[in-house]
Design a protein around this ligand. Structure first.
Ligand code: S6P
Ligand code: ZN
Length: 179
């Protein structure tokens, strides 16, 4: 939680690093937590990302994700990715720092992606799985707002993977078919 010191409406994107330094992360994902997520072998002790849950606004949960820069082989660091268990629960992402790509898919095989730079608002529709990828050289930080009842289904992604992966080709982030 990011408690007492500042209500969420006072977060200044220019000072997001300072803000997060006053918080304790709710979740830290190390390489060892991501086995089977990357195509290559991930260094177990590397921190891949941190999630900071903020004070909820009524039934709206708020979380800031800090995704580290880095790659496993040619594949950029990314989150596990999930569907919401509640089929009616969508989500909004807001880019705060760094450069990233939000990749999405449905269980019917539709895919989509949105570049998430600072100031970009991305809408994740109900029923769409979502995973974020750090395609830059610095930390990629974004805010997520989602309903309290959303729930998180990670197992569908752990079992089926994502239809697309984001890898570096010729120095650029490139979408390639997943496996
Ligand atoms: C929650 C929202 C984010 C993610 C976070 C980590 O609905 O989408 O706060 O939880 O970016 O990703 P993941 O896939 O490990 O939950
Ligand atoms: Zn979500």
């Amino acid at each position: 939680m990011c408690p007492e010191q500042e209500p969420p409406e006072c977060i200044d994107p220019e000072r997001i690093t300072e803000f997060l330094s006053q918080c304790s992360s709710s979740i830290t994902r190390f390489g060892r937590d991501m086995v089977g997520i990357f195509a290559g072998e991930v260094e177990p002790d590397s921190i891949i990302y941190e999630v900071y849950e903020l004070e909820s606004i009524g039934n709206i949960r708020l979380a800031v994700t800090k995704l580290m820069p880095g790659k496993v082989g040619d594949e950029y660091y990314m989150t596990k990715g999930h569907y919401h268990e509640d089929p009616q629960s969508g989500e909004v992402y807001f880019g705060l720092k760094g450069r990233g790509l939000l990749i999405m898919q449905t269980k019917d095989g539709e895919t989509g992606e949105i570049e998430l730079d600072p100031g970009t608002i991305a809408c994740i529709r109900p029923g769409w799985a979502h995973r974020s990828v750090n395609t830059g050289n610095e930390e990629f930080v974004f805010l997520a707002a989602f309903p309290r009842e959303a729930g998180h289904d990670y197992s569908s992604i752990e079992e089926g993977g994502f239809l697309k992966r984001v890898v570096e080709v010729g120095g650029r982030p490139t979408l390639v078919p997943g496996q």
